[in-house]
Design a protein around this ligand. Structure first.
Ligand code: LLP
Length: 859
């Protein structure tokens, strides 16, 4: 039969999770039958069951009989559990298990695990799993031929001098092979083989490296000249970011080979980066498919991307990056410095990922995925480099890459993104020579948030088109993007609808949620808690928090008067006044009334010393680095107007003494919307250090800033962890009282904004739901790009069927409360609920456009 007459091949790679569940095998079997009915031949390339390769690795290094028996039993159990689910026997893997037992014993007796033995033992994972696969497919009526992959794939360019690479990280040839195609066609329409394994010229087992099954499938697709390669896996495709970090990451529907390669190479785990080249060379389309739901579109990768212009397609994040910085004054015009330096890396077997050079310094990154970065190797490298330059290792970094075609043409769009790096330590910046990525290496602690902000800035706001698909969270929660099951307002829905009929827009506060938040904060080991009432000054809210025993942090005479009006007998020690660039009279009024003041500038002490005579005051310190959900709310660092810089504290002490004021406390507020509990311990440590030159200081006020989750998938602030960190600090520094000034944390989740649908509009593919709340009612989305979940309360249980932006009635383009939200079909008059609006909602509203202020209600 000539090649043309033969049916075309589809290579279907089933990943570890895909082959570990009977139901998923069912999905695959259906697809195989459909392809055969459609006159295709199918080559199934399957992985080992999830976790089995790790167990096999462990087996080789188990020291005792008991350990080996336990590991073998675990390996057998994993296969038995699947076989039971599939309704097939597990006896067929018994001989392989027996052999593994002998091999492991051999390794233990000789205390040696050669790369060759390792390859043989690890190969058993795929071989055993494929026995189950064959048996299952046969039982479901598929006529399948089982094929040992070692007879199909052969290692090329043997590395005799490097057995490690030869046996464990082999490269295979992917050239079209008409003979193989014919041979396989003769064995049937459906052939089942294993990924990850191949053979060398002597017929010995070799491996293609961890995650190498994708590469096996790609090489086989190349050899067969397949019509397409399908990678079946446990995620629905490639995303614009790792959805586990960024749940709003969008599905990428189409990519070209180079883009996919770049995204895979900069950290996405969906595809092994090595699997793209073989299909690219042969022009074979590659499709990523989601095994649990094969109907999902997945990601199609082919020769040409859908869009011709460049744009950012993904924000990739790689943690655990180490940098080597090489500094020398002699590099300038010196011939061969780089060659010498790079030779040292080669000699220690370390592969370099990113490079950035200046006249005196070269910085390179070592990717932990590509290198075994043990201290011994790295130290030996640093010693060698020491002959040529001053070499330094920088650890704890993360690389954030913006990936997409024509990054150079996109540079102007990066401008706002670059602002995010303000005040963050940037170790290295590179722009890839292939124009496909722009990478920044920062401290690992900053990386998650930066990646999220970059994603929001560069990708999130774009509509759905041929390339950008739906966000991860809407694929997995089709009704809405938040946890409606647990939100307080779900149970209160009928009451909320009644409240809405009294007029919208309207803020509603839920008393029980306020109490619960206050109780959580009260678990922290601090002496005083002041509610930062700028977040919400509603009298009912304040009463509730007052009843919980909290004090109030006020920033203006208006706020002080408001609290005094509500609680006439309030003790002065429940008030704190933290003005900023305020007129002299503000300070005079508060001090006369006996309220403790936090000074955040030396001006007042220097110019109005008489005000502070005999007074006890706190100084607001700028701890040097800000934090927070947006640059506008980072209230520390060189670009913020707040606080006394550390280097001016000596002067502050002098001025305080001259004014005869007693500096009893130091204060710092780094920013707002922070969910990393470490921050407050760091601030406390900085303040404690600064307090060494202030003998009267007994209070450290750590400010507010306690954040709440914005989106589904955001982790809440871990209060137990924060309590432990503060307790640790207190144990080391018993001299100090701790104070806190949370605003948002106490009120955000307890508040919701109700609004009514006014109009609907569809325009050039984009849909809009108009509501009677806008940027005048809730300015946070317009001002900070903040995310507030939005649901249609009138249709809470209806499935989402549209993607629409929710917009207000104000004459500004920025008057958008939610971009591209998944909603049910909305009608005029429906009540929409905007969640998490209790903090900085109503207090920041305005009468802009003379639309009036929103009402407020309590529940
Ligand atoms: N203490 C001081 C000195 C502050 O400046 C602030 C807030 C707080 C405490 C309370 O911070 P919280 O715990 O609420 O994060 N409008 C922005 C937030 C501005 C925060 C200003 N200062 C927003 O809507 O996100």
């Amino acid at each position: 039969m000539s090649e043309q007459e033969q049916n075309s091949w589809i290579v279907m790679k089933l990943g570890g999770t895909s082959v570990s569940k009977a139901a998923w095998w069912d999905n695959a079997a259906k697809e195989i039958r459909a392809a055969v009915e459609d006159n295709h031949r199918v080559l199934v390339v399957q992985s080992a069951l999830t976790g089995v390769t790790d167990l096999l690795e462990k087996l080789l290094f188990d020291a005792t009989d008991a350990e080996r028996d336990a590991t073998l039993a675990e390996i057998e159990n994993r296969h038995r559990a699947l076989a039971d689910e599939m309704g097939i026997g597990v006896d067929l893997i018994a001989p392989r298990l027996e052999r593994l037992k002998q091999q492991a014993l051999g390794a233990a007796l000789t205390s040696e695990v050669t790369p060759r033995l390792r390859a043989e033992v690890l190969a058993a994972g795929e071989l055993m799993a494929s026995e189950l696969g064959r048996s299952y497919l046969e039982r479901s009526g598929v006529n399948v031929h089982w094929q040992d992959a070692r007879e199909l794939l052969h290692a090329v360019s043997p590395s005799a001098d490097n057995p490690q690479r030869h046996f464990l990280n082999a490269t295979c040839d992917a050239k079209r092979d008409a003979q193989l195609r014919e041979r396989l066609a003769a064995s049937g329409n459906v052939v089942l083989t294993q990924g990850f394994i191949a053979s060398d010229a002597n017929g010995r087992t070799v491996l293609l490296g961890r995650g190498g099954s994708d590469t096996s499938a790609a090489c086989l697709a190349g050899k067969l000249g397949a019509e397409r390669l399908e990678i079946w896996t446990d995620v629905p495709g490639m995303f614009t970011a790792n959805p586990r970090d960024i749940p709003s990451a969008r599905l990428l529907k189409r990519l070209d080979y180079e883009e996919a390669q770049e995204i895979a190479g900069t950290g996405a785990k969906v595809l092994h980066p090595r699997c793209i080249e073989p299909v690219r060379r042969a022009g074979i389309p590659l499709v990523i498919r989601y095994t649990p739901k094969p109907a999902m579109p997945g990601t199609a990768i082919g020769p040409q991307s859908a869009d011709l212009g460049g744009r950012v397609k993904a924000i990739s994040l790689r943690r655990g990056i180490q940098l080597v910085e090489m500094a020398t004054s002699g590099m300038w015009q010196q011939v061969g410095f780089l060659a010498d330096a790079f030779a040292a890396f080669k000699q220690h077997g370390l592969s370099i990922d990113l490079v950035s050079t200046s006249e005196t310094t070269v910085t390179v990154s070592l990717d932990p995925l590509a290198n075994s970065l043990d201290a011994e190797t790295v130290n030996a490298l640093l010693d060698d480099l020491g002959h040529h330059c001053r070499a330094r290792l920088i650890t704890g970094c993360a690389a954030i890459s913006l990936v997409g075609r024509q990054m150079r043409a996109n540079l102007h769009r990066l401008a706002p993104a670059l602002e995010l790096f303000d005040e963050r330590r940037v170790h290295l910046v590179t722009q890839a020579a292939n124009d496909l990525n722009f990478t920044v290496v920062v401290d690992e602690a900053d990386a998650g948030r930066l990646a999220r902000q970059l994603h929001a800035l560069m990708i999130l706001a774009e509509g759905e088109d041929e390339v950008l698909g739906p966000p991860w969270q809407t694929l997995f929660s089709p009704c809405t993007d938040i946890n409606v099951e647990t939100a307080w307002w779900r149970d209160a829905r009928d009451e909320l609808l009644r409240k809405a009929s009294q007029g919208t827009p309207r803020y509603v506060y839920h008393g029980a949620s306020l109490d619960a938040a206050a109780d959580r904060v009260k678990t922290l080991p601090v002496e005083r808690i002041f509610f930062a009432m700028k977040a919400n000054n509603n009298p009912d809210v304040l009463r509730r928090l007052y009843a919980k025993g909290l004090g109030f942090e006020c920033v203006s005479p208006g706020e002080l008067a408001h609290v005094r009006g509500l609680f006439p007998g309030i003790a002065n020690d429940r008030l704190l006044f933290t003005p900023n660039f305020a007129p002299r009279s503000d300070y005079a009024t508060a001090l006369d009334a006996g309220v403790t003041i936090t000074l955040d500038n030396l001006y007042a002490l220097r110019e109005w010393p008489e005000l502070f005579r005999e007074k006890e005051i706190l100084l607001r310190v700028d701890p040097g680095q800000g934090a927070g959900h947006h640059k506008h709310v980072r209230t520390a660092g060189s670009h913020s107007k707040f606080g006394i810089p550390l280097e001016e504290l000596a002067e502050a002490a002098r001025l305080g003494a001259r004014a005869n004021a007693r500096i009893i406390g130091l204060h710092a507020h780094a920013g707002s919307g922070i969910r990393d509990p470490q921050l407050w311990q760091d601030v406390a440590l900085k303040l404690a250090e600064a307090a060494e030159s202030f003998p009267d200081v007994r209070v450290l006020d750590l400010g507010g800033g306690l954040g709440v989750p914005e989106r589904r998938g955001d982790a809440p602030l871990d209060m137990a962890a924060l309590a432990a960190l503060l307790a640790e600090f207190r144990a080391a520094h018993p001299r100090f009282e701790l104070w806190l000034e949370p605003g948002r944390y106490l009120v955000a989740e307890a508040g919701a904004l109700l609004a009514r649908v006014t109009q609907l509009k569809g325009k050039t593919g984009a849909q809009y739901v108009g509501i009677d709340a806008g940027m005048h009612t809730l300015i946070r989305p317009a001002l900070y790009g903040a995310h507030h979940d939005i649901v249609n309360l009138s249709r809470l249980d209806e499935a989402a069927s549209i993607t629409a932006s929710v917009v207000g009635p104000i004459c500004e383009t920025g008057d958008i409360l939610g971009i591209e939200r998944r909603l049910p079909e909305c009608r005029e008059g429906d009540v929409m609920l905007i969640a998490n609006a209790g903090a900085y909602g109503r207090v920041m509203s305005s009468e802009y456009n003379l639309r009036g202020m929103p009402d407020e209600t309590h529940l």
